[in-house]
Design a protein around this ligand. Structure first.
Ligand SMILES: Cc1cc2nc3c(=O)[nH]c(=O)nc-3n(C[C@H](O)[C@H](O)[C@H](O)COP(=O)(O)OP(=O)(O)OC[C@H]3O[C@@H](n4cnc5c(N)ncnc54)[C@H](O)[C@@H]3O)c2cc1C
Length: 420
């Protein structure tokens, strides 16, 4: 297997060297043309972005791919993969260098999530939650002391999780029942959180509770809760359809004591923190979904070139070629939406509608492309010996978390036609 991988890598290198020397003139011409433009095509990466993507791809192909099946089967991330994510700087991509992060932009985080999800969407979301939700909340709303303490830990060794949803409040997140009571020098939190990604691995939780229910959603407050705090416990772990290696758990807060210094942002500003972090997070889920679609398409391209029926490779049939072309076109359109939303975010342009569109569309594309890939594999697509059934299972979550597809449509519609 290893030999096979090395041989495959060598072939790719050989092919790309030949291709490069044959097309050197036209490539350098096109690079000059690109430089002359005021703005780059969305999918043209800078040198730094190319290098970063190549290093994530190398990790994903070399270290992650051999472990994917087993992690899915055992419903558990391999600790060696978690450690490598930290060692490679993937757990603090946007975190400033002074806190031990890579100090890169949001787009780089999106590239990482896409590349990881092309191989395994569970590791994709593991890295995504850490960067786009947890680190992001600390970078934007943390005090200097909180940043020093928590961003440093999150970049080097501690996994983070983001706890908003509850059994009775999902789409209607602000109807949460978890309460925080100010008792002088600390808060006491009581309630239950459900569906919390990374909950098994996490040490640090950005957790939302209402500290002033009379004020309605304006009582919602974000707290930094550590696993070791008295009264905090991790409950049931979900047994899921897809992203099975990613942990999804219930959190139980029974008189959980949280120091006053662990309010993130101001008391009563949790609703704003949750809305704004999720706006960015949605682009991350879009990246996860284009990664899933890319992985499924890559598998379908390889399989249809190998599989022989009626005396030839099935990709010689126009019917098959057209399906592959449709899949590639859908993926490209989804990737453009995701990259555009991410680049808008980095440029400081309002990206809320584009983020919702990117998540909505890319989750549909992932599901459709993965489903088509199964069909192109025929019976082999339906069994676990081949990778495509997993891509399909993993695609389904894109329409659910960080706001269901209906919620994305609601956001898009509101921004199109106004109103409450
Ligand atoms: C694997 C997984 C991981 C998750 N990770 C996290 C996490 O890390 N942190 C976290 O806080 N949460 C997490 N979630 C929770 C997730 O965000 C919620 O499941 C999601 O927001 C939907 O909420 P719900 O499940 O309560 O569904 P509901 O809100 O009950 O929705 C059920 C259906 O009703 C529709 N619906 C509801 N209201 C409306 C409306 N007004 N108009 C039209 N349709 C409507 C929805 O679109 C959906 O189709 C995760 C969920 C899963 C499954």
């Amino acid at each position: 297997m290893l030999l096979c991988l090395f041989a495959f890598g060598a072939i790719i290198m050989q092919c790309s060297t030949t291709y490069y020397s044959q097309t050197k003139v036209s490539m350098s011409q096109s690079i000059t043309a690109i430089e002359q433009l005021n703005c780059r095509p969305l999918t043209t990466l800078s040198e730094d972005e190319q290098m970063f993507r190549a290093s994530v791809r190398e990790f994903a192909e070399g270290e992650l791919r051999p472990r994917v099946e087993q992690m899915d089967e055992h419903q558990k991330l391999d600790p060696a993969i978690i450690k490598q994510c930290f060692d490679l700087g993937l757990m603090g991509i946007e975190t400033p260098e002074e806190y031990g992060g890579a100090g890169a932009n949001f787009f780089s985080a999106i590239l990482a999530v896409e590349e990881l999800s092309r191989v395994d969407a569970s590791v994709g979301v593991f890295v995504d939650v850490q960067n786009t939700l947890v680190n992001n909340a600390f970078i934007r709303w943390g005090t200097p002391e909180q940043k020093k303490e928590y961003l440093s830990r999150l970049a080097s060794e501690d996994v983070g999780a983001y706890a908003l949803s509850e059994p009775g409040s999902g789409s209607d997140a602000f109807a949460m029942q978890t309460r925080a009571v100010d008792v002088g020098d600390h808060y006491v939190l009581n309630g239950r959180k459900l569906w919390i990604t990374n909950g098994i691995e996490a040490e640090i939780f950005v957790l939302f509770a209402n500290a002033n229910p009379e004020a309605g959603y304006r009582g919602i407050t974000a707290f930094i809760v550590e696993k070791s705090f008295p009264g905090f416990a991790v409950g049931k772990k979900e047994n899921k359809l897809g992203i099975r290696a990613s942990s999804t758990v219930e959190l139980i807060l029974e008189d959980c004591q949280v120091p006053k210094a662990n309010v993130l942002g101001e008391q009563g500003k949790g609703y704003k923190i949750s809305i704004e972090t999720l706006n960015e997070g949605r682009i991350g889920i879009g990246a996860q979904m284009i990664g899933v679609a890319a992985g499924a398409l890559q598998s379908a391209l390889a399989y249809t070139s190998e599989r022989q029926q009626f005396g030839k490779s099935i990709n010689e049939f126009q019917g098959v070629q057209f399906q592959l072309a449709e899949m590639a076109t859908e993926l490209e359109a989804a990737r453009l939406l995701v990259y555009n939303a991410a680049r808008m975010k980095d440029a400081g342009i309002n990206f809320v509608k584009e983020a919702a569109m990117a998540k909505l569309y890319s989750s549909r594309v992932a599901e459709h492309v993965a489903s088509k890939a199964i069909e192109l594999y025929g019976g082999y697509g339906y069994v676990k010996d081949y990778p495509v059934e997993k891509y399909w299972r993993d695609s389904k979550i894109g329409a659910i978390y960080e706001g269901t597809s209906n919620m994305q449509l609601q956001t898009i519609a509101k921004l199109l036609i106004g109103g409450k």
